[in-house]
Design a protein around this ligand. Structure first.
Ligand SMILES: Cc1cc2nc3c(=O)[nH]c(=O)nc-3n(C[C@H](O)[C@H](O)[C@H](O)COP(=O)(O)OP(=O)(O)OC[C@H]3O[C@@H](n4cnc5c(N)ncnc54)[C@H](O)[C@@H]3O)c2cc1C
Length: 266
């Protein structure tokens, strides 16, 4: 039986701007070009926010001159819709089905593609150890033994169910061997536990990621998804410091961490 105890979140997509397009738009509209001072170095996420936000009032070349101050003002006022233009995508592995069931409850601004248990054989799959056990706390040895027994038993039952169904499911009721294999795996997965590892590709806009991190990075959230939320925050705070820099991370006495934004639900 293979287990995993840490999620991995690979940033695979980020926003980019077309400076020529921006220049052409501003020139055609007869407004001043975006001054260098307003650009936040190599981080183009804030530029997307600025271009879209200024369009509302056609305020290019006017008002706030500093991008940090500009974005902070939007966050503090809760002008969240402009953050929807900035998207980041992560390939996430080493997470449980329990975690992704919570993750996919986040609807607005999210897109998901998840590994299928009907198409992919789970007999070689891994199980995710819950942080309370995986972190090797004193006194959890017996609980770990119970968990391991349960996971091994589930894994063995899955394989037995696949074999049993291979023998009895008639071939002639399926138009294609793939449909039969799918029927077998979709039935056998009934015995797989919440701890079964899955992989999921998640794209969300900044407004949605902020909400996710606030909800799932809070003390009342499950430890596993909280760990993921903090991991994503760590990446995004580097990618887009102006859009995620208001979150603070704290250590709790139980050894876990929480993330709290200065600006709630923008
Ligand atoms: C600690 C914790 C415990 C939880 N426990 C449970 C539980 O026991 N049972 C359970 O079922 N769920 C539970 N949830 C899930 C929770 O109820 C939400 O489904 C989940 O957090 C997604 O939040 P959301 O709807 O705000 O996010 P999103 O779906 O991403 O929506 C973001 C925001 O958009 C707006 N919005 C989205 N859709 C609509 C809509 N259709 N109509 C109006 N406004 C909309 C809302 O303002 C919403 O906050 C829990 C969540 C947390 C963080």
């Amino acid at each position: 039986m293979r287990t995993v105890s840490e999620p991995k979140a690979y940033l695979v997509t980020r926003p980019s701007v077309d400076w020529e397009g921006i220049a052409a738009f501003l020139e055609d509209e007869g407004v001043p070009p975006i001054p260098e001072s307003i650009r936040a170095g190599k981080d183009e996420s804030a530029v997307v926010v600025e271009i879209s936000a200024r369009l509302c009032y056609m305020s290019y070349g006017r008002g706030r001159k500093d991008i940090t101050n500009f974005v902070d003002n939007l966050l503090s006022k809760g002008d969240g819709s402009v953050f929807e233009h900035v998207n980041y995508g992560f390939a996430i592995t080493g997470v449980s089905r329990a975690l992704t069931h919570e993750l996919v409850r986040h609807r607005a601004g999210f897109a998901y593609s998840q590994r299928s248990q009907r198409f992919v054989d789970e007999s070689e799959g891994r199980f995710v150890l819950p942080p309370a056990l995986a972190d090797g706390r004193d006194g959890t040895e017996e609980a770990m033994a119970l968990l391991t027994d349960a996971l091994e038993s589930a894994s063995a039952s899955y394989e037995k169910l696949v074999t049993a169904l291979e023998e009895v499911l008639p071939k002639d009721i399926f138009s294609d061997w793939r449909d039969r294999r799918k029927a077998i795996r979709q039935a056998a997965r009934a015995v797989l536990p919440n701890a079964t590892e899955t992989k999921i590709f998640v794209t969300a806009n900044v407004r949605a990621w902020r909400h996710f991190i606030q909800m799932r990075g809070a003390a009342f959230a499950d430890w596993e998804i909280r760990k993921l939320a903090l991991m994503i925050l760590e990446v995004l705070a580097v990618e887009a410091p102006l859009l995620f820099g208001d979150f603070t991370v704290e250590d709790l006495p139980d050894g876990t961490q929480i993330a709290t934004p200065r600006y709630s639900k923008v």
